[in-house]
Design a protein around this ligand. Structure first.
Ligand code: GAR
Length: 212
């Protein structure tokens, strides 16, 4: 069972893009009652708004690019070491467009969550909104899950449903998903930080604290 520490949980957030989910976590963690603070933001690429958002808030950032390593496995080891140097309690992948590998999961398995813009197990991968639209589903959404070795396959922490409108394109659908996704991410990262929980097979269980 993961027992939260009395001080705020330490979050490392990994991003690849605009970082609106990161921004929601930055805003939430400004309140000490949230129970978590972001100790670093990492990215797999330079020059993205996600990094700029962190820098504007004085949060340390780092960039670790696959292209700067001999192969993907070496990048994975390097990323794990860099993240470990910030001693996170929880790692949040918030629009991080790379799969973490075995070295990363050896260190952070069970305490890395990822947010995906579809209702798992439907539409895994890089194009959740596009694939949902192409399939013609009427409801899609977002899923927060504990990262495992698969592609968007890990135990599900939370999901939120979002309607697909007849005139949606990929962008309008993804933006509607992201509005609900940010709220879900903030709520459930907060609960993971504050509340004891355990992973039992595919099920996450939260254990209410005894009233004293
Ligand atoms: C989010 O919708 C997130 O679920 C998605 O990228 C977006 C990032 O938005 N992630 C994936 O598709 C990962 N496979 P943001 O940069 O504005 O937070």
């Amino acid at each position: 069972m993961t027992e939260p520490r009395p001080e705020p949980s330490r979050l490392v957030v990994l991003v690849s893009g605009s970082g609106t989910n990161l921004q929601a976590l930055i805003d939430a963690s400004a309140d000490p009652a949230y129970g978590a603070r972001i100790v670093a933001v990492g990215a797999d690429r330079d020059g993205i708004e996600g990094l700029a958002r962190a820098q504007r808030h004085g949060i340390p950032t780092f960039v670790d690019r696959v292209a700067d390593h001999p192969d993907r496995a070496a990048w994975d080891v390097s990323l794990a070491e860099t993240v470990a140097s910030y001693e996170p309690d929880l790692v949040v992948l918030a629009g991080f467009m790379k799969l973490t590998g075995p070295a990363f999961l050896d260190r952070f398995g069970g305490r890395t969550v990822n947010t995906h813009p579809a209702l798992s197990p439907s539409f895994p991968g890089m194009h959740g909104p596009r694939d949902a639209l192409a399939h013609g589903v009427k409801v899609t959404g977002a899923t927060l899950f504990v990262v495992d070795a698969g592609v968007d396959t890990g135990p599900i922490v939370a999901q939120v449903a979002v309607p697909v409108e007849d005139d949606d394109d990929v962008e309008s659908l993804h933006e509607r998903i992201k509005t609900s996704e940010r709220a879900m991410l903030v709520e459930w990262v907060g609960r993971l930080a504050r509340e004891p929980h355990s992973i039992d097979g595919r099920r996450i269980r939260f254990h209410p604290k005894e009233q004293s």
